[in-house]
Design a protein around this ligand. Sequence first.
Ligand SMILES: Cc1cc2nc3c(=O)[nH]c(=O)nc-3n(C[C@H](O)[C@H](O)[C@H](O)COP(=O)(O)OP(=O)(O)OC[C@H]3O[C@@H](n4cnc5c(N)ncnc54)[C@H](O)[C@@H]3O)c2cc1C
Length: 225
Amino acid sequence: MPPVNIDATVIANARLSRDYSVLSLAAPEVGKRTQPGQFVMVKPAGVTDPLLRRPFSVFEILRTNGTVTGLTLLSKRIGVTTTLMFEAVEGDIVSCLGPLGRPFTLVDPPVEAWIVAGGVGLAPFATLTDALRARGTSITMFYGARTGAELFYLEWFRERGVRLELTTEDGSVGERGRVTGVETGGGGGIGRAIGGCFLPQAAAPCFSTCRSILHHRLWMARVLI
Ligand SMILES: Cc1cc2nc3c(=O)[nH]c(=O)nc-3n(C[C@H](O)[C@H](O)[C@H](O)COP(=O)(O)OP(=O)(O)OC[C@H]3O[C@@H](n4cnc5c(N)ncnc54)[C@H](O)[C@@H]3O)c2cc1C
């Protein structure tokens, strides 16, 4: 379906930490059209700074009694737009264009999904998790952040049967290192998992199960960490 351009009202803004928040927008027209992996272009309405909208992955689709009512955005405060998003309150208006971008390709059992998320790069994976669960696909998520306090929604994913492999840069939760350890030669996260697959003793489990690695999101995780 083509994207739509709307003024969305802020329904809620949950601050997860001093920089992260989840902004809920009344945007049923966008929410109904959104597929996992797509994003919206947003900026607070009526301001000239920022002049241009910024891209944000759709984090969750909001529903009331099964009817789509809006969407949420997981945002990390780093610049002018994300600061305004962090400070937004109920009733504020946000210009929202979307959904945009190519959605994920979903996989069915016996293929498993491996998801790699770093920091705010978690955002596209709530909708993906729901879509994969509906198909009965097993999900492992390699999820890393700077500290344990910046690992969000762990229970949300666990409740949906997602196997979590956690890494933190300070070692406070899970393995110490970056989730993209393979690229840096570090020990944790997807790096160890992929590395293990190429060791002879790990070859059987690797080949007995066909796994799909969502590598374009590995790229995204690196960009957004
Ligand atoms: C497809 C896509 C989806 C995205 N989804 C999300 C999302 O779900 N949640 C989210 O929070 N962000 C997301 N981003 C990133 C977000 O769009 C940018 O970080 C955006 O520039 C923030 O706007 P801003 O006005 O707050 O900061 P800007 O004014 O654009 O940037 C301010 C300054 O901060 C610095 N900066 C910019 N980005 C970063 C960074 N990542 N790390 C460190 N310093 C930085 C730069 O030096 C820049 O000059 C996504 C980006 C893309 C391309």
